[in-house]
Write a protein that binds this ligand. Structure first.
Ligand code: HEM
Length: 206
């Protein structure tokens, strides 16, 4: 959604992946450290959308306190991640979508700032899928940037508005996804393992 909404961000993402990876192979996880703009884009999507605005509710097992506030036993508690991700004392212009906020003056990823993004919750029950999700988000974004170009329907401009729920869901939208080149690299990557060998050596039982 942010790619068709912010075409200049999409172009910058494509330029970075083209420069680092080139056009003769697909991006891989080994490229991650050399692609800080892609990582800053992902963190900004997580921060800005805060698509899991509240964590799963838990309940206190004893009387306790947090920052001087008393919280009695059996109180339902959850974290307002959306509010932390839009806190103006932490984020400048929190309502602007700006991946560059995560880049330092040298263009490297500001890891201190990325740790302020809260989307996988905190504490003992925080999401166990955090690292896996970040790997998947990186590969997905790098591949989309490398292989695809996404545009909005001029008759129905894309917004980043959402419906409320346990997760925030985008309003219905209309986009066009086109290939930047041909299917050659994708065909090779998605070919079943051993497919060439099977074609070269047909079974003697057939
Ligand atoms: C961007 C993707 C994801 C987001 C934003 C996300 C976010 C969350 C959040 C906010 C919680 C609630 C933590 C709490 O109770 O305070 C949670 C729990 C959990 N998540 Fe994720 N998650 C994501 C992907 C995944 C994936 C890929 C897996 C599995 C491979 C996963 C497995 C779990 C499990 C098992 C829990 C329950 C942990 C527990 O109760 O101890 N999540 N997740």
């Amino acid at each position: 959604m942010p790619l068709p909404r912010y075409p200049r961000v999409q172009v910058r993402l494509q330029q970075e992946v083209d420069k680092v990876v080139g056009r003769s192979r697909l991006p891989s996880i080994e490229d991650q450290l050399q692609l800080p703009y892609i990582m800053s884009f992902i963190y900004e999507v997580l921060r800005y959308t805060s698509f899991m605005p509240l964590t799963i509710p838990h309940s206190t097992t004893t009387d306790t306190s947090i920052m001087g506030y008393t919280v009695p036993k059996n109180t339902v508690v959850f974290i307002n991640q959306w509010s932390i991700n839009h806190d103006p004392t932490v984020w400048s212009h929190p309502e602007s979508f700006d991946p560059e906020r995560f880049l330092d003056p040298n263009g490297a990823l500001n890891k201190n700032l990325t740790t302020n993004v809260l989307i996988f919750s905190l504490g003992k029950r925080r999401c166990i899928g955090e690292q896996l999700s970040k790997v998947q988000l990186f590969l997905f974004t790098a591949l989309i940037g490398h292989q695809c170009h996404i545009t909005a329907d001029p008759a129905r401009p894309v917004t980043l508005d959402y419906h409320y729920g346990l997760t925030l869901k985008p309003h219905p939208f209309s986009i066009a996804v086109s290939l930047r080149e041909d299917m050659r690299l994708l065909d090779v990557a998605t070919r079943p393992a051993g497919a060439e060998e099977v074609q070269a050596e047909p079974s003697s039982h057939s």
